[in-house]
Design a protein around this ligand. Structure first.
Ligand SMILES: Cc1ncc(COP(=O)(O)O)c(C=O)c1O
Length: 416
């Protein structure tokens, strides 16, 4: 497919829709589902959908329906979202509503209101929550006692790689638990609490799954990142295996062992310690996921775009769009900006970037843009765009096939 071709299709599909609009390319989405599912199916593991990287129930339904029984459930990101899917949100998943019965909140919470939501959610679903220290257990246990339910709890093992001891930590800063012994001690505390149930282990290898290593910005770092990834893999597999062994020996064998992410889907699927692989970002394929060596042999297809209106012409080879500052979270840098893709060859200006209400672009030679024309961009990350749009236009070829409300369109803003 030529670079310009999707843009021309989106232009026709968009018709006279108001701008800005956000579009999901269904053919690209389905190609990504097939692409990401293949290694998981080949390994005989299950796939857990990371909702934060989608934030649109109808799109989750399409992913889950295509992936079929390999999908075990959802990885949620707040207690409110867990409660939503344990209740009315399951219906929003349409034909895939069964996946809302297995929920894993991957990020701890100690707020009593959240704990109450989780305790209540367990009346309708298996609503698990991740913990990594003793102090997180008390609010959960109290809420479960109060509700007369039991909360299944998953322990997160930190898999950051420290080749030089504490001087270098390659990975995310989440769980303090680094050893099998520490995991086992917490699992014992969970098992001793009648209103909690030890349900499993999560070991998220963020430095493999979420670190671009063929990126065009700071490209000199790419070989170093790839070397660090290579070095870290055996340590990741070993740490997970040791924790599983220690738990099993103590009669606390984990029901589930969750790990992986879009950027490590093949390697993580091949790691025998895991029972399930989480994937989210790769389905809509924000542009950060263009830059992973592990995905390079079968690149993901850009499936999420937004269109802005060209409203001004500040100089002959410049146009300025209305809106556009949808900057992705994380360590801020150029790579978190949206990427203009249509017309091909447009560039953000270094001095302004993508602005909240105005986004100027340099036009390539030979490209003319009329005032009112849509300009197409890709977001850096896959989930956060849904916080800026009430609905996604689901596009097939050059036709608008359906409209799908995002969490925002459904009146749900789980991150406040
Ligand atoms: C705990 C956990 N698992 C897995 C993932 C991978 O998700 P994705 O495929 O969206 O990168 C994430 C993403 O941040 C995560 O926080």
């Amino acid at each position: 497919m030529g670079v310009g071709e999707p843009w021309a299709r989106y232009l026709r599909a968009l018709g006279r829709e108001p701008l800005p609009s956000a579009l999901v390319d269904l053919d690209a989405l389905e190609a990504n589902v097939d692409r990401l599912l293949a290694p998981v199916v080949a390994s005989g593991k299950r796939l857990r959908l990371a909702t934060k990287s989608v934030r649109c129930p109808a799109v989750l339904e399409r992913i889950a329906s295509r992936a079929g029984e390999t999908v075990i459930g959802l990885m949620t990101y707040t207690a409110g979202e867990t409660a939503y899917y344990a209740g009315e949100g399951a219906a929003a998943l349409g034909a895939a509503s069964a996946i809302a019965r297995d929920l894993l909140l991957a990020y701890p919470t100690v707020h009593p209101a959240d704990a109450a939501l989780l305790a209540e959610a367990n009346r309708h679903a298996h609503a698990k929550v991740v913990v990594d220290e003793l102090a997180q257990l008390a609010p959960l246990a109290a809420a479960a006692r109060q509700a007369g339910t039991s909360i299944p709890v998953v322990i997160e093992l930190d898999l950051g790689w420290r080749p030089l001891g504490r001087a270098l930590h390659l990975g995310v800063r989440r769980s303090p638990l680094r050893s099998a012994g520490e995991v086992l001690a917490l699992a014992r505390a969970i098992a001793a609490e009648p209103s909690l149930r030890f349900a499993g282990l999560m070991g998220y290898e963020a430095q493999l799954a979420g670190l671009p290593d063929t990126a065009p910005t700071r490209a000199w770092q790419n070989p170093i990142k790839r070397a660090l990834k290579r070095g870290s893999r055996p340590a990741v597999a070993r740490a997970r295996a040791e924790a599983i062994r220690a738990l099993g020996a103590a009669g606390l064998a984990p029901e589930l062992v969750n790990g992986g992410g879009t950027g490590s889907v093949a390697w993580s699927s091949g790691d025998e310690t895991l029972s399930e692989i989480t994937v989210g970002s790769g389905f809509l394929a924000g542009h950060l996921f263009d830059h992973y060596a592990e995905l390079a042999h079968a690149p993901l297809s850009p499936a999420l775009h937004f269109a802005l209106q060209a409203v001004r012409r500040p100089a002959p080879r410049l146009i300025t769009c209305h809106g556009g500052g949808f900057i992705a979270s994380g360590a801020t840098g150029e790579d978190r900006q949206p990427l203009p893709v249509g017309p091909p060859g447009c560039r953000l200006l270094a001095a302004e970037g993508a602005g909240e209400v105005q986004t100027p672009l340099a036009l390539p030679a030979g490209v003319e843009v009329a005032l009112g024309d849509p300009i197409f961009f890709r977001p850096a990350k896959s989930g956060e765009l849904a916080e800026h749009f009430d609905e996604y236009l689901l596009v097939r070829g050059e036709h608008l096939e359906a409209r799908a409300p995002t969490y925002r369109g459904l009146g749900r803003r789980f991150l406040g």
